[in-house]
Design a protein around this ligand. Structure first.
Ligand SMILES: Cc1cc2nc3c(=O)[nH]c(=O)nc-3n(C[C@H](O)[C@H](O)[C@H](O)COP(=O)(O)OP(=O)(O)OC[C@H]3O[C@@H](n4cnc5c(N)ncnc54)[C@H](O)[C@@H]3O)c2cc1C
Length: 499
């Protein structure tokens, strides 16, 4: 079949789709090639509001089961200039794994073998489709931990986490996924395969050559397909404790975080729930019995048993003058219950306005620590201005905030106001010296803000992209604003964040 073009193929006819599927079925030896509408419909979504508004079904989906399948798909796509969008678990929130410009969705979730847990060298070798929680369950048997810990642990794949440089609740102490990736095997857009981080290496550190591992981590599938990861592990901490503190003035919660840092303690997590998040958690799970106030902070510390008790007591004493209630515990059932309060919020916010659902839009800003109270107040003001309920929670220790916006998707006016509010939240974050995405990645949803956020550096990113992917076939509707097709949620007449 010949469909060679000077630009990427954006949409194909039914006949071309059948021809592509026939070709690929010959080339893909261990995986599956799907072209029936009912089979490929599910690939039109991720968790984003953008794809909730307008799912985009690919021309084909290939479920890869081996690196050879990935190579075959990339060689074919390179030859015929067909867009390829890698996909893990589709828990991403920016429409990054959806084929907005048509072509092939390349599903990696069936490449899910943990190849080796190398305990003595503190690392694990695995395929990209391994789900984060499963990896941690396995390495726990050797007394080890893979520290990045997203809220989507039971969904997200390690390939997706590396590609978005996922952070999570413990990034405040342990850093993002990029700190835990020692090396990658990557299939490049032309089908060539490289290994980053030194071929065959088991070294835990390296200063050798350009840092290619870090280039592919966070590239959101725009530079190649990750087919194998060498991940760094840590000994599992022996104990943890949790301090919770309730504040009737939002600004004091911000001051409390600063005070804890000044006291010389590095918590393994610092999370915030604002008043609406607390209300939502109580509506959804009354048994949690959370005291409702302007904010609740959760500080987790980990390490050895005596150390965590000392840290927890110190934190409690430090924040006591600022809070209306403070307590701490090193008892696992109590800690688990407090973490549950935090983890139900994302889903619970729907209870704040029956008939509405959570829109993953504007959900991932990150601001300087000193400007968190200002940001939280700003979000509350925008919520009133646009008449859209917003509950905010997040990893306050790193400045990462998740405004949870509620939308009635059946009401066009509501949708319009949510889109305008999302845009305003993104600009608020940039105005305050932050970023539009602290951990979820850009995808298509946040591409319109890349010019404002990166200035001339965006052109350097384009040059890297062109060098590795001269035909622009690799996840073409992600990160770079000019490549994202118009969609309702990015409609320039509705938002002001366009390029
Ligand atoms: C309830 C909920 C809670 C969340 N909590 C967090 C959190 O605490 N922290 C956080 O960082 N994120 C969080 N997320 C966002 C999301 O789970 C992460 O971005 C996750 O890393 C995505 O993994 P995935 O396997 O679902 O990837 P997908 O959504 O399938 O893909 C994400 C991006 O990675 C690319 N990609 C996927 N696999 C590969 C591969 N093998 N090679 C090349 N590119 C690839 C895709 O093309 C896409 O651009 C949350 C999401 C939800 C829905």
């Amino acid at each position: 079949m010949t469909i060679l073009r000077t630009d990427v193929v954006t949409r194909v006819s039914r006949a071309t789709r059948v021809a592509m599927a026939t070709d690929l079925r010959r080339l893909v030896t261990t995986g599956d090639v799907l072209d029936a509408t009912t089979d490929i419909e599910v690939y039109g979504y991720d968790a984003s509001f953008l794809t909730q508004l307008k799912p985009v079904v690919p021309d084909l989906a290939v479920i890869a089961r081996s690196e050879a399948d990935v190579i075959a798909v990339m060689r074919y796509a390179h030859e015929h200039r067909i867009p390829v969008t890698p996909r893990g678990a589709a828990s991403g929130c920016g429409a990054g794994c959806v084929a907005l410009r048509g072509g092939i969705v390349l599903a990696l979730n069936a490449m899910n073998r943990v190849i080796e847990i190398d305990g003595p060298n503190g690392q694990a070798i695995c395929e990209p489709g391994v789900v984060h929680a499963r990896l941690n369950e396995l390495v726990a048997q050797s007394g080890l931990i893979f520290p990045p810990d997203p809220g989507s642990s039971r969904m997200a794949t390690v390939g997706g986490m590396a590609s978005t440089n996922a952070h999570g609740v413990r990034a405040v102490k342990y850093g993002p996924t990029s700190s835990w990736v020692l090396g990658l095997t990557v299939v490049l857009p032309n089908g060539d395969v490289i290994e980053t981080g030194s071929v065959g290496s088991r070294a835990k550190q390296s200063a050798s050559g350009l840092e290619l591992t870090k280039l592919f981590v966070g590239a959101e599938g725009t530079l190649g397909v990750i087919t194998r990861l060498r991940l760094k592990l840590l000994p599992r901490p022996k104990a943890r404790a949790m301090v919770f503190a309730v504040f009737d003035v939002l600004e004091r919660a911000g001051e409390a975080v600063q005070a804890v840092y000044r006291s010389g303690i590095s918590p393994s997590a610092i999370e915030i729930l604002d008043s609406r998040s607390l209300r939502a958690a109580n509506l959804y799970r009354p048994d949690l019995g959370l005291r409702e106030a302007e904010a609740l902070l959760l500080f987790e510390v980990d390490g050895n048993p005596a150390g965590v008790r000392w840290d927890a007591e110190q934190i409690a004493e430090t924040v006591r003058p600022l809070a209306v209630e403070v307590d701490w515990s090193d008892q696992e059932p109590r800690i688990a219950k407090l973490w549950e309060a935090r983890s139900v919020v994302g889903a619970a916010v729907g209870a704040l306005r029956p008939g509405s659902t959570r829109a993953y839009a504007g959900e991932d800003i990150c601001v300087p620590l000193s400007r968190i109270p200002e940001t939280l107040r700003g979000i509350q003001e925008l919520s009133v201005k646009y008449d859209v309920p917003v509950a905010t929670y997040g990893h306050i220790g790193g400045g990462s905030l998740h405004p949870a916006i509620l939308v009635n998707g059946r009401d066009p006016d509501d949708v319009r106001r949510v889109i305008a509010l999302t845009d305003a939240i993104h600009h608020l974050a940039l105005d305050l010296g932050g970023t539009v995405t602290g951990e979820h990645g850009v995808g298509a949803a946040r591409a319109p803000y890349m010019t404002r956020e990166h200035g001339a550096a965006l052109e350097t990113m384009r040059q890297i992209k062109r060098a590795l992917d001269p035909h622009g076939i690799m996840n073409p509707a992600t990160i770079f604003p000019e490549d994202v097709p118009p969609t309702p949620a990015l409609d320039a007449s509705l938002v002001t964040g366009g390029t």
